[in-house]
Design a protein around this ligand. Structure first.
Ligand code: KG4
Ligand code: ZN
Length: 331
């Protein structure tokens, strides 16, 4: 089965054509960083307007690259939750219109579930019981997947998402948006630093996170140590985030007696974080799945891949499907 996936929940406009859940025939992503950079973050109205301009060329380009025609397509999967309202509406309206015109089933997709699914694009078998750490700009969650594929959220951030913390700290250090890749690069310049920032909630007896206090600690540190190199502060900040994420994820794997782990979402493209999870997995004999950086950040291949399994299980949506901006996960 071949699925067209559409993703427009935030500032990336993407379409992808995926065969049988894991063969990516094409993936096209129109990013919008250059339009939002001067504002220091994503401006929802600009994002929606740019999606409106990009959506059809991106879908057409995706067909051209895959060599498929509408006759080959078995269903249209689209992110309808969660995200920015205006952005979601553009992708969903395009998907619904095309589904109606071409008489294809419509499959509404939850963005966080799609990020978690990206582990299957990195080789994990769909339906494997595992823990997924989803670390993105809008979300930081620990999810447990059981053998029936049901999702149980076991923890989440109580304030800022991990990616949001990267973005805010980069801004504090005088850099632009998005901050994650900038901190990633800076941290590589100062691999050994003596600065130690707090590890928030690392040993709390739950699987929740908190990153806003860390950002405040960095703001004060910067104020009192104006001559410390930004790269050293970036490295110390990144070390703190990584240690919390690795420690709590290991605690979750231990508690639920699981040995398979997926690390997904935009922050999972961070080089220091990938290395730390590889080391932890080797030490504890875990099976680790981390997608390639391109499939960690927002993309439609994860939407199309998950769409295949939803369609296989007849979990299709009506053409009256609406958007939802909240992140509740229901099976
Ligand atoms: O998954 P994603 O593309 O969008 C959301 O669903 O939010 O994640 C975007 C987030 C941004 O906060 C960005 O700064 C962060 O992922 N990010 C990174 C890196 N690349 C992107 N954070 C740390 N290191 C990176 N290399
Ligand atoms: Zn995302």
């Amino acid at each position: 089965m071949i699925i067209l996936g559409i993703e427009s929940s935030c500032d990336d406009c993407s379409a992808s054509i995926v065969k049988d859940g894991n063969q990516v025939l094409s993936i096209v992503i129109a990013g919008q960083e250059k339009y939002h950079r001067k504002f220091g973050g994503v401006v929802p109205e600009i994002a929606a307007r740019k999606h409106l301009e990009h959506i059809l060329p991106v879908i057409n380009h995706s067909f051209d690259k895959s060599g498929c025609t509408w006759k080959d397509i078995d269903g249209i999967a689209v992110t309808h939750q969660p995200g920015l309202a205006g952005s979601l509406i553009v992708g969903l309206t395009a998907a619904k219109t095309l589904a109606f015109l071409h008489k294809k089933p419509l499959i509404g997709i939850h963005h966080i579930e799609a990020h978690a699914f990206s582990a299957c694009l990195a080789g994990m078998r769909y339906g494997t019981p595992h823990i997924a750490l989803v670390v993105s700009g809008g979300h930081t969650s620990l999810l447990r997947f059981d053998s029936e594929g049901n999702i149980h959220r076991i923890g989440q951030t109580l304030d800022d998402a991990a990616g949001e913390a990267f973005d805010k700290v980069a801004k504090l250090l005088g850099y632009g948006y998005p901050g994650g890749p900038i901190i990633d690069r800076l941290a590589l310049e100062s691999p050994a630093t003596d600065i130690v920032f707090p590890r928030p909630m690392m040993n709390s007896n739950d699987f929740n996170f908190s990153f806003s206090g860390l950002k405040t600690a960095i703001m004060y540190y910067r104020k009192h140590h104006p001559h410390t190199a930004a790269s050293e502060i970036a490295a110390a900040f990144q070390n703190a985030v990584i240690e919390v994420l690795v420690t709590k994820t290991l605690q979750a794997l231990t508690k639920f007696n699981l040995d398979t782990l997926a690390v997904v979402g935009g922050v999972a493209s961070n080089q220091g974080l990938r290395q730390a999870f590889h080391q932890m997995s080797a030490k504890h004999n875990l099976e680790l799945y981390v997608p390639s950086p391109k499939l960690c950040t927002d993309n439609a291949a994860m939407v199309a891949g998950l769409g295949y399994y939803k369609l296989k299980h007849n979990k299709t949506s009506k053409l009256t499907l609406g958007i939802k901006t909240n992140a509740d996960i229901k099976n």
